[in-house]
Every structure is written in structure tokens, then in C-alpha cells.
Ligand binder design. Structure first.
Ligand SMILES: C[S@@+](CC[C@H](N)C(=O)[O-])C[C@H]1O[C@@H](n2cnc3c(N)ncnc32)[C@H](O)[C@@H]1O
Length: 368
């Protein structure tokens, strides 16, 4: 018999945990003398827009499973997942009931992923240890019809897209709406409501600067799409092809005409900006014509590499979004030699975990 997965949510603890995160950031960054921390909280439940589960089989019965950290043998049964969106919870139940009625859909299914949006779109990915044939596709199409949301089947070297491989999110920021294609497997901010707060904050940090914005690690254009109207022109780069493809759709769908997004790693982009290398992926882009006054970086957990830190320090205004306070701290040790922190914010993207999303705005010191 499986044990039930303990509910990771305890709303009564939320405020205390938020205060602990706030204290941790204030203590870690005190040496940089930042201004007062702006705290952006999360909903206390149903805030996460994506979730993935192992599917555990016990005879003919199967269930969503999660594991104890470090122990892949002990599967807990997940019946409710209160950190995930209401739509994920609804689809979890419907899908499980459906696959119990179909041996073909259930057999060798080992993972299920849900991607949902604030505006009610969803995508379900079923991942198998078997080849997906026409018979599977027939039943999966009927299931898709009954669930009312697109299904993707995956297996080794196989990706069967029955309708589409993306969702379309609409984010509301400062009274405006921005549409975002989010492709299965591409990076997206997991907490949509908090993401809206981050975008609003980044827009407010851009007010009155003018000139052009350069962005590294732009994903599907999450920030650049919402910030483009605050600058004359924006040039952004990202390494993932999937995300860059989504970004091109997002530029078109939001009718933005001053934003270019190119597929380059941050290392390559730094070389291009310094004129050390030319890239066909930047053909037609005259880097010398830009008046970059602001840089926005939102790197992965590893933070900025040394060359990207040097490049970032070359701009008067820096907006740094970070999912890892420790690497942010290491990067600020360098950046604060030439810049002062003028805004300091915490976004609680990941309640009930120790993870903290931080935003910092830096301005070049008058003497630097
Ligand atoms: C934390 S995510 C931020 C994405 C985006 N700003 C957003 O809000 O959705 C970091 C992004 O950096 C990209 N990335 C990782 N390593 C990179 C590199 N070396 N050069 C450029 N982009 C990279 C990832 O693909 C991912 O999209």
C-alpha cells in the first residue's frame, strides 16, 4: 500500500516563512547597503502553473507519485496537489479516471506533465516506455476530445503532437495585457501571479531612462515583450531554440516593432557586443547603432559568468533578476565596485521552499 504524499502547503506558516526569506536576503546583502527590500508575496495555494508526476503502477491501479528526496524507491501517492493551479488539480483527476479505463493509454505510461496558464489554457504530456503507434494515437485523440485540452505523447525518440505543443498565456501587467506562447519543455516562470508582479516591477525600474535596452537570457521574451514600450529599441538573446521560436511568435502577437530577439548564448553575445566575433544570427543588426543605457539579466541558477559580469558592468543601469541569492551575491561583489543598488526586491515565486527570487536595480556610481 502506498502512503499519501504529505500536503506541502501550510498557509498558517506562509507569513513566517516569507519573513524568514526577507531576513535572509537582508542579512546576505547588507554589505552592499541596499535600500529597503520590496517584498512581493505569492498566493498561499494553487500558485504553480506547471507540475510533473511519475505514474506509479500497482497491478491495474495507477497513481501520481512523488518521492522522498534521495529515495526513488519510496513512492508517495499524490491525490491533491495544492501548490498547483486549480486547473492542474482538475485535470489530474479527470486524466487518472480516464486512463484507468484504457489499458492502451495506461500501459508503460511512466510520467505525466501538466502546463497551465492563468487564463485557463492547458497542455498535457504523457511520457511512455513504449513506441507510440496508430492505435495509441487513436485513443489519445479521443481522450483529448473528452478532456478538452491538447495532448502530447512522448517516448524514446518520439514526440507525437496531437494538436499543438504550446499554451498561450495572457499576463496582465499595469492594466495592459501581453500574450505569451509557452512551448512544452521551454522555460517559463512557474508562478504566474508573481511573474506579473516581477514584470510590473521591472517596467517601473525602467521609467525615465530612455535609450535602448539589451537583455541576456530572455527566454520566450517574458521581460522584453512587457518592457519594449519603455525603451526606444530592445535587443535580447537566449540560447534555447524552443524559447527563441516562442519569442518570435510573442513579438508578432503583441505587435511589437522595436524588439529583436536572437538565438545566442550569453558568452557569444558578449563577444558580438565587443565586436570580437560576427554571427550570421545577428545579420542585419547594427550593434553600433544602439544606445544601450540599460541591461537586463535573468540568468540560470549559476548566475553570470565572469565575462558577462564585465559586460554587464559596462552599462549605466542594470536590472538583475536572480533565482539564486548566492550567485547574485557573488556577482554583486563585482558589480557594486562600479554601481550602487537603488532598488532591491524579493518575489516569492516558490512558497514553502527555501528558493528565493530577487530583483536588484543598479546605477553607475557618480565616480565610476
Ligand atoms: C531563469 S531563465 C529566464 C528566462 C526569462 N527571462 C523568463 O523570465 O522567462 C534563464 C534562461 O537562460 C537561458 N540560458 C541558460 N544558459 C544560457 C547561456 N549560456 N546563454 C544564454 N541563455 C542561457 C535558459 O534557456 C533560460 O531561458
Amino acid at each position: 500500500m502506498s502512503e499519501i504524499f504529505p500536503d506541502p502547503i501550510n498557509p498558517a506558516e506562509y507569513d513566517t516563512q516569507l519573513a524568514e526569506k526577507k531576513a535572509r536576503l537582508n542579512s546576505l546583502f547588507a554589505e552592499f547597503a541596499p535600500p529597503a527590500l520590496e517584498v512581493h508575496d505569492s498566493a498561499v495555494s494553487h500558485y504553480r502553473l506547471r507540475a510533473e508526476f511519475r505514474l506509479w503502477h500497482e497491478g491495474d491501479r495507477c497513481f501520481y507519485a512523488m518521492f522522498e528526496p534521495g529515495n526513488r524507491k519510496k513512492a508517495y501517492e499524490v491525490r491533491e496537489f495544492n501548490i498547483a493551479s486549480p486547473l492542474i488539480n482538475e485535470l489530474m483527476h479527470k486524466l487518472l479516471a480516464e486512463i484507468h479505463t484504457s489499458e492502451l493509454l495506461r500501459r508503460r505510461l511512466f510520467q505525466v506533465e501538466f502546463l497551465t496558464t492563468l487564463n485557463g489554457d492547458a497542455l498535457i504530456t504523457l511520457i511512455y516506455h513504449k513506441k507510440l503507434d496508430d492505435a495509441w494515437e487513436g485513443e489519445a485523440r479521443e481522450l483529448q476530445e473528452r478532456l478538452g485540452f491538447p495532448i502530447i505523447g512522448r517516448s524514446r525518440k518520439q514526440k507525437v503532437v496531437l494538436e499543438r505543443d504550446y499554451v498561450t498565456e495572457v499576463l496582465k501587467v499595469d492594466g495592459k495585457e501581453f500574450s505569451y506562447r509557452q512551448i512544452e519543455g521551454g522555460f517559463t516562470q512557474p508562478n504566474g501571479e508573481v511573474n506579473q508582479k516581477m514584470l510590473s516591477w521591472a517596467r517601473s525600474a525602467s521609467e525615465g531612462i530612455g535609450g535602448d535596452l539589451v537583455e541576456l537570457y530572455c527566454g520566450n521574451g517574458n521581460f522584453s515583450v512587457a518592457m519594449a514600450e519603455k525603451f526606444d529599441r530592445v535587443l535580447a538573446t537566449e540560447i534555447s531554440k524552443t524559447s527563441v521560436n516562442a519569442a518570435q511568435v510573442n513579438i508578432a502577437d503583441n505587435k511589437i516593432d522595436n524588439l529583436i530577439i536572437a538565438r545566442l548564448s550569453s558568452e557569444e553575445f558578449v563577444q558580438a557586443l565587443r565586436g570580437e566575433r560576427k554571427f550570421t544570427r545577428l545579420e542585419g543588426v547594427d550593434l553600433t547603432s544602439y544606445d544601450f543605457r540599460t541591461v537586463l539579466v535573468d540568468p540560470p541558477r549559476a548566475g553570470l559568468d565572469d565575462e558577462s559580469v564585465k559586460q554587464t558592468a559596462g552599462y549605466d543601469n542594470i536590472i538583475y533578476i536572480s533565482c539564486n541569492p548566492d550567485t547574485l551575491h557573488a556577482n554583486l561583489t563585482e558589480l557594486c565596485k562600479t554601481h550602487d543598488i537603488v532598488r532591491f526586491a524579493m518575489f516569492d515565486q516558490f512558497p514553502y521552499t527555501h528558493h528565493i527570487e530577487t530583483g536588484v536595480v543598479l546605477k553607475r556610481k557618480a565616480t565610476a
